[in-house]
Every structure is written in structure tokens, then in C-alpha cells.
Ligand binder design. Structure first.
Ligand code: HAM
Length: 421
């Protein structure tokens, strides 16, 4: 019988990688604290309607990529493909509108999209997600973009490009949609199959098609910026000027439209030069009508999400500091089979005193245990060989200097603690 493998598009994050994730999350939590975002933990599955109404029925995410099933109570349930709709749902459900505004929330966890897997693109992936709810002020957009950039700055990432655009609002977008449709209709035969389909349903999405023929056509397409209403134009100007004042290196990209329908006004992405084809490390923007789309009152919002796998890939490619792989302070080595109690007691006491300690359970020789201690990067070893067991002592060896001494069993912990401090 074939052994069972993890499903396509998922990956096991093992012990040689998980500590890198811990660094990403530590830094993210630090940025969240410094910007005043509170962590929330939301369900991994939601009613399907939340996403079909929130993200938009004609988006790839809703049309093709959702993991949807009928549960035992006959409800249509979907594994969340993103966090923004859930954030807004939670805000409405817990009446956060009546708290002091805005609400700045952040969260992280696995998301699910049935996409074609490739490097940096998975069917289960993790996002960190920041949302500011209840503020229409463009300075909230500036802060959101700044908070995402601050995470990458603290992680030591470089070679990133921040692209920004405005996608307008329901007042000015319909006219732009029509202009764009008319523009593409005259050369519809040159568009790829998917874009020909988008022509009626969502012509803005043609702007970010990666097919060379479509890209060539979009080069001369009318710019959304020229169609913005006064409110959207002013909003965009304040956002771009604000970012300039912060010294942020941001590039305008009139083709940036994003793949989720809820965006209004600001849309932005951060691309990494070290990711290959799936180069977006972060995406976000404003979504002033999302709350209404899912049945709530008007609640303006702006936020971003960033893929943890893509952050880690970028960090690895750039040789950024990935954090320290946890290593034991002490590896406790014992030669006496029934003396393993001694090793267990010493390891217990070391841990109780605040040090990290590890020991052998496999009955290995002293030599093999020493090898493992060295492979595990232990700073010290504590050896209870036959003679130490007989004399109630233990050998303490500094693995970096090779220095060793024999100490009474009762003072092992103190001895090592003094040496480490
Ligand atoms: P998104 O652009 O769909 O936006 O995803 C944000 C980020 O999640 C991407 O830039 C990428 O780093 C990562 N990502 C997306 N799909 C995958 C995948 N299949 N495999 C690995 N990583 C992936 C959103 O999700 C919006 N909710 C962002 C947002 C928050 N807008 C406003 N607030």
C-alpha cells in the first residue's frame, strides 16, 4: 500500500524552518504593538456567503479557488481564502462600531486557495493581516502601508518595490469601466481567452494580466487616475504625499487593480525581486464598501496581508537574519543505564533554573551522545560517566573552549549558570 502524502499544494513546516516563522511573527507582533494593532484570532472556516458577497462573485478567488463544502448541518462552509472579510464580519458581529474608532486589528494563520501550486504559491499558506476599521482618513492608508514596510525593514529585507494605485469608488469606477471596455473591445481578438471573458464581467482585471499580448495592449490603456472623482483624486494625493513625507520609496502603477473586488480608492502591492514569478510579498488597500456588502452599515476600512512563506523565501534568498535556531544550553550525557535518572534530574533542575537542556533516551555510548550534543549546538555538556556516578560528581565541559572540570552533583546547575551568565 502506498504511504499517504500531504495533499498537493500543502507543505509541512518542520523544525528546521519553524523557528524562522517564529522570527517573522515576533517581528510582526512587535510592529503591531508599536502601531497599536490588537491581535484577534478568527475561525478558519466561515459561511460561504461571507466570501461570495465580500470578495465578489466574479473574482478568481470566489469563482475558482475556494475550498467549499456542505457540512453535516447542510450549511455551505468555506475554508477562509483570506482574512479581511472575516475581520469585518467580526467587527460587525461584536458591535465594534460603538467602541472608540478606528479599530486596528491584526491576525495571522492559514488561508486556503485552490491555485496551481508553484514556488511561493500554495493551496494552504499563511498570511499576516493588518486592518484599520472605521477610518476614512487617507492617513490611515499611509499608516497601513508604513506598517507593512516597517515589518520588512525590521526583518532586514531589501530589493522590494512598493506599487500603488487608486481603483476609484462606485461613483467614478463605472465610467472608467466603460472607457476601458470600449478601449479593449476594439482589439478584443488580441486578448487572451481569460481576458476576453473578463471584458464584460470585470475589464479592470485585464490590466494586470501577465500574458505578453494583453500586457502590450494595456500599455496604452486609459489610466484610472484620469477618471477619478474629486474625492478619490484628493484621497490618492494625500496618500502619495503622506508616503513621500515618510520618505517611502513608492512607485505609481496605474495597472495595479488587485484580484479582490472589495477595493475602493487605494490599492497597493509590495513585490520582492527574490521570489520569482509569484513575486507579491504583500497586497492591500482600502475597502470602504465591504461592510455593507456583507450586510452591515457603512464602515470604511484599509488593510494589507502578507504571505509568511513568501517572506521566509525572501529572507532566505537575501541572507537576512533568520533568528536563532533554538539550541540547548546543556546536553546531559550519562553512561549508566539506570543512572539516566541522574540525567533526567539534572536536566529537570537545569530547566527549572531557566536554562534549556536536553538528554539522551536511546542508550547511546558516551561518544555518540557527545557527538549529538555537538550536532545540536549545545553550549555545555554535563557528563555522568561511571566514575562520576560512583563519586556523586558530574563533568562539565564548555563546548566552545573545550575547558572541563568535575563538580559535585549538587552544584552542577549553579556552576553552569555562572559560566553562562
Ligand atoms: P492577496 O493579494 O490575495 O490579498 O494576498 C496577500 C498576500 O498573500 C500576497 O501578496 C501573497 O504574499 C500571499 N498569498 C496569496 N495567495 C497565496 C498563495 N496561494 N500562496 C502563498 N502566498 C499567497 C489579500 O488576501 C487581502 N485580504 C489583503 C488585504 C487585507 N486587503 C485589505 N486588507
Amino acid at each position: 500500500m502506498d504511504s499517504i502524502k500531504a495533499p498537493r499544494g500543502t507543505r509541512d513546516v518542520l523544525g528546521d524552518e519553524s523557528w524562522k516563522w517564529a522570527r517573522v511573527l515576533d517581528v510582526t507582533r512587535g510592529v503591531a504593538d508599536d502601531f497599536g494593532f490588537k491581535e484577534v484570532m478568527l475561525p478558519i472556516f466561515e459561511h460561504t456567503e461571507l466570501f461570495s458577497r465580500g470578495i465578489g462573485d466574479t473574482t478568481d478567488v470566489v469563482e475558482k479557488e475556494m475550498y467549499t463544502f456542505i457540512d453535516k448541518g447542510d450549511r455551505s462552509i468555506t475554508l477562509r481564502p483570506e482574512l479581511t472579510a472575516s475581520m469585518v464580519r467580526a467587527y460587525l458581529e461584536h458591535d465594534m462600531r460603538h467602541l472608540s474608532q478606528p479599530l486596528k486589528l491584526w491576525g495571522w494563520g492559514p488561508m486556503f486557495r485552490y491555485e496551481r501550486p508553484q514556488k511561493g504559491r500554495y493551496r494552504q499558506f499563511a498570511q499576516i493581516d493588518f486592518e484599520t476599521l472605521g477610518a476614512s482618513n487617507p492617513l490611515a492608508d499611509v499608516e497601513i502601508i508604513d506598517s507593512s514596510m516597517e515589518i520588512y525593514r525590521r526583518l532586514g529585507l531589501s530589493n522590494l518595490q512598493v506599487l500603488i494605485n487608486s481603483v476609484g469608488c462606485p461613483k467614478c469606477r463605472p465610467a472608467y469601466r466603460d472607457t476601458l471596455k470600449a478601449y479593449f473591445e476594439s482589439s478584443a481578438h488580441e486578448l487572451c481567452d481569460s481576458c476576453r471573458g473578463r471584458l464584460d464581467r470585470n475589464p479592470l482585471r485585464i490590466l494586470d494580466c501577465k500574458q505578453p499580448a494583453c500586457r502590450a495592449l494595456t500599455d496604452n490603456a486609459p489610466s484610472v487616475i484620469d477618471s477619478l472623482c474629486d474625492e478619490c483624486r484628493e484621497h490618492f494625493a494625500t496618500v502619495t504625499q503622506g508616503l513621500e513625507r515618510l520618505g517611502a520609496n513608492v512607485k505609481l502603477d496605474n495597472r495595479l487593480v488587485r484580484g479582490l473586488d472589495y477595493y475602493t480608492k487605494t490599492a497597493y502591492e509590495i513585490l520582492s525581486g527574490d521570489l520569482g514569478a509569484q513575486n507579491a510579498v504583500c497586497g492591500g488597500g482600502r475597502y470602504d464598501n465591504l461592510a455593507e456588502a456583507i450586510g452591515g452599515p457603512h464602515v470604511p476600512g484599509v488593510g494589507f496581508a502578507s504571505g509568511v512563506e513568501r517572506i521566509v523565501i525572501t529572507m532566505e534568498a537575501q541572507g537576512a537574519y533568520l533568528g536563532n535556531e533554538p539550541k540547548p544550553d546543556v546536553y546531559v550525557i550519562s553512561s549508566v543505564q539506570d543512572g539516566t535518572y541522574d540525567a533526567a534530574v539534572i536536566a529537570h533542575e537545569l530547566r527549572e533554573s531557566g536554562l534549556s537542556a536536553d538528554m539522551d533516551f536511546m542508550g547511546r555510548s558516551i561518544k555518540s551522545q557527545m557527538k549529538i550534543a555537538s550536532q545540536n549546538g549545545a553550549k555545555f555538556v554535563c557528563v555522568i560517566g561511571d566514575s562520576e556516578a560512583a563519586s556523586g560528581t558530574a563533568g562539565v565541559k564548555n563546548m566552545a573552549t573545550g575547558e572541563q572540570e568535575t563538580v559535585p552533583r549538587g552544584s552542577v546547575v549553579e556552576n553552569i549558570k555562572n559560566k553562562i551568565s
